[in-house]
Each structure stands twice: as C-alpha cells, then as structure tokens.
Design a protein around this ligand. Structure first.
Ligand code: MG
Length: 322
C-alpha cells in the first residue's frame, strides 16, 4: 500500500535501542519489553483502523478500515497490504473462533458474521427479540465456543462508519450460544460498551465503558460458574482523560489497551497489570483504537491506530480467543 499521506507528526521509527517510545511506568513492565525491539509502522493510508486479527497459518494480519468500508490484509512475507474484503459492510471488531474462522462485527449489516472456509459469510446474529442490533463493535470467543460481543449505537449515528438509523435496542453486551445459536444479554447497563476480553482463565470479563461519565472506564465482572453470565460489576480502570476502545490480554493477565484522543501524549497503547495499575505505555503518533497479538509465538503486538498499523515485538504472548 502506498503511503498516501506524510505523517502529520513527522514520525519516524527510532533508530536507537531501546526505543524511547516504549515506556516503563512500573518495574513489573520490564520483563515484557525487549531492549532490541522497536515500534514499526507496517501500513498507513487508512481512515480509521480497527479490528486487527492475526492469521498465523497464513502469516497475515487483517484489520478493518471502517470509513473506507473495507477489510485490509497485511502480508508478513512480502510486507505488502491490500484489500481483503471491499465493501466490508463497514466491518469493525474481529477475532477468530476456536476453529480458526474469522468472526466480524459489521456496522453496515448491523450483524455479526462468520467467514467460512470457502469464503462465504454466515450471519450469526442480527436481531434480539425481533429488534435489529445497532452496530456490533467488538467480539471475542470463549473456549466453549460462545461468542461475546458489544452493541453500542456508534455505527448508526451517521453515515461515515455505517448507515444512519435509530437504535431499536439498548446498549447491550450479548452472548451467542455455540450450540443453539441463541442470543442472550449479559450486560445492559454499560454506557457505550466497546472492547472486551476475558482474563486468561476466563473467570473475569473486562468491558470498556466508552461513554462513561465523567470518565471512560474499563469494567471487570466475575464470570459465573455457568460460564454464560456475569456478576459483581466493578471499575478496574478509570481512564481519566484517556479514551480506551479495544484491548487484548496477555498470558500473564495484563491488559494492552488502545488509547488516545484529546492530548497527543495520550496516543498509543496503555498496559495495565491485572490489578488495574498502569505499568507501561507505547507512545504512537496517532490514537490507537485496538490491538491484537500475533506473529511467531503470538508475541508481536499489532496496533490499529487511526491511519496506520504499527507493530512491536514484546516478551509475552497474547491469550487465545481475544
Ligand atoms: Mg471498538
């Protein structure tokens, strides 16, 4: 993909190690940063990058470029990017199920789809009790095959990232049962539910409250023994002036969160320990919406940040299903 715009901030990868854009905020972060790894920009020229998902079997990354109504593909072998699906029905969050199939949230289709092995799309969820979903935003798959996704109205507020429409349902978080295909609401009291992820042992579910007042938050819930419902809502992280959107969890339970908006010094990725303490930060020249782990050993962090995709090798692997 050609670079269609010069970076407004004149950003260049650091030539020196350690990369000064990888910042330790707590001694706990030191074990995760690699002194001989730096932030790289893999692609640029998009309008709003989201939904990164890694395919180790094909050695490529997919991500959504929502306003351009396309899913992009970056090839690890050639380093080249190209359109994977266009139009994409304004695809947003993505992941893979436990059979490796691509799961995609669509603003335009107001649904969640699965891409089958032959490339055809299967609609998994588009309505609840006869009312249309709003604009599914982000999605994860639990080890039991259930699919959990958030459904704020962001994608139908205008025509830039979908098709303007009135919401028919509240701002819910849903669980799709893997056996029956039935949808159930697992949370209905979150202001702008957005990114979500389980702790490595799936006993805790984290959900970003991206319209929290007066500040945005990352909430934590305990997962009930049934594996299908949650309880004990609490604030794990108060984002203050920051804007969390999507995030992933590593094998040690740390949260790697896309961050930014407002002040340039907030742009990038914030890393929090399982207790919610900020332990590290990756400074980027653009607001980061979402991340995923991938690459060999699942220890390369891919960052979907506004116009561009960035990557950084780290010393921890992401958990499956994020
Ligand atoms: Mg999101």
């Amino acid at each position: 993909m050609t670079e269609t715009r010069d970076d407004a901030n004149g950003w260049q990868p650091s030539q020196r190690y350690p990369d000064p854009s990888v910042i330790s905020l707590d001694p706990r972060f030191e074990q995760y940063r690699l002194p001989l790894a730096g932030v790289e920009r893999l692609a640029t020229g998009c309008r709003w990058c989201e939904g990164p998902v890694w395919f180790g079997d094909g050695r490529y990354l997919l991500w959504s470029d929502i306003p351009n109504n396309r899913i992009m593909r970056w090839d690890e072998v050639t380093g080249q990017s190209s359109a994977f699906r266009q139009p994409s029905n304004f695809a947003n969050g993505q992941t893979r199920d436990r059979q490796g199939r691509l799961i995609t949230c669509e603003h335009g289709g107001r649904r969640v789809t699965r891409t089958e092995y032959d490339g055809s799309l299967t609609m998994l969820a588009e309505s609840f009790e006869g009312k249309r979903l709003s604009s599914p935003n982000d999605v994860i798959v639990k080890s039991d095959g259930s699919i959990w996704f958030t459904d704020p109205p962001f994608g139908i507020l205008g025509n830039y990232e979908g098709h303007r429409a009135e919401p028919e349902l509240g701002q819910n978080v849903y669980r799709l049962d893997p056996d029956t295909g039935a949808l159930s609401i697992v949370a209905d009291d979150i202001l702008g539910p957005n990114g979500l992820a389980f702790s490595p042992d799936e006993t805790v579910l984290y959900i970003v409250e991206s319209r929290g007042v007066p500040t945005r938050k990352i909430l934590a819930y305990d997962v009930n023994k049934d594996g299908a419902s949650i309880r004990n809502k609490r604030v794990l992280i108060d984002a203050g002036p920051g804007t969390p959107d999507g995030f992933r969890v590593d094998a040690d339970g740390n949260l790697w969160c896309g961050w930014g908006m407002g002040e340039a010094e907030l742009d990038g990725v914030m890393i929090f320990a399982p207790d919610g303490t900020p332990i590290g930060r990756i400074a980027l020249p653009e607001r980061c919406a979402n991340v995923c782990f991938g690459g060999r050993a699942n220890s390369r962090l891919f960052m979907a940040a506004s116009h561009s995709i960035y990557a950084l090798y780290v010393n921890v692997a992401g958990v499956t299903g994020g």
